[in-house]
Design a protein around this ligand. Structure first.
Ligand code: DGL
Length: 271
């Protein structure tokens, strides 16, 4: 394959929620996906480490013939995208901007909640973008660090008592704040959509940030350049677990067979 594909990466499985939407809206595109399963989670790490990992992930994707990169990770989009996009000439799309636009379109009462990893929430990326779009918007942001581990371990059913307890713990203040829109600011979180919707009630619009990024990519890629519609998957560890869980994220019987990458061997020149 390797013909002008779209590169997509995340710390693990979460970015597959963006691939799922790319498959829906641009089925003819070739995709190269990298999940850094050997080093997930990124969200509890320092900015320096996230930047180092991101440079390696981007260098790996750049070793293929790609025409754009989707940073399908809220943490990387919030903490490292600003730097790496100045170091690379290829178009790079993160999840923050497209999902803030979607939230602004959705909200009626001007109260928007944001959930994400610790690093994402500490960065203030979503609030800054929302306030750029409309300074009068009211926001409430909360980190949900354990959601990523739950999801990576296949625990996301709305009937799962552990999931319900975590959702209640993390989202009580957001519900009490009266939001009508919630940005699920980490690409792992859409798997928890049912549990979150049950807790917040039907009146709250949930924004899937990976899907919004995928929709945004469609607006600037030339449809004439579409290829075979194949997707190659690469990971840095535990192929079996990735293959086993990928279908749940992709929402389709995908028959995923990932290949292993020695990710630390990429981007070494920057140290
Ligand atoms: N899926 C990622 C995000 O959107 C990363 C989760 C993590 O690695 O902590 O933030």
């Amino acid at each position: 394959m390797d013909n002008r594909a779209i590169g997509v990466f995340d710390s693990g499985l979460g970015g597959l929620t963006a691939v799922r939407q790319l498959h829906r809206v641009m089925p003819g595109e070739d995709i190269i996906y990298f999940g850094d399963t050997g080093r997930v989670p990124y969200g509890s790490r320092s900015r320096r480490t996230i930047l180092e990992y991101t440079r390696q992930d981007v260098a790996f994707l750049n070793s293929h013939d790609i025409k754009a990169i989707v940073v399908a990770c809220g943490t990387v989009s919030s903490v490292a995208l600003g730097v790496v996009s100045t170091e690379n000439s290829i178009p790079m799309v993160g999840v923050v901007k497209p999902s803030c636009y979607a939230a602004m379109r959705a909200t009626k009462n001007g109260r928007i909640g944001i959930i994400g990893t610790k690093s994402t929430i500490r960065s203030g990326s979503y609030e800054a973008m929302l306030h750029t779009l409309d300074p009068s918007i009211h926001t409430i942001a909360r980190p949900c660090p354990l959601f990523v581990s739950l999801v990576e371990n296949g625990r996301f059913s709305a009937d799962d008592r552990v999931v319900q307890l975590m959702v209640e713990e993390y989202l009580a203040e957001i519900r009490d704040y009266g939001v009508d829109t919630l940005i699920m600011g980490c690409t792992h979180f859409p798997l928890l959509r049912d549990a979150i919707a049950d807790f917040l009630g039907g009146g709250v619009t949930l924004i899937d940030v990976g899907a919004e990024a995928a929709d945004y990519v469609r607006t600037f890629l030339d449809p004439a350049e579409r290829q075979q519609g194949t997707t190659e998957y690469y990971v840095s560890d535990d192929i079996e677990s990735f293959d086993e869980h990928a279908e749940m994220f992709l929402g389709e019987p995908a028959g995923v067979h990932a290949q292993m990458v020695d990710i630390v061997s990429y981007g070494k020149e920057r140290g």
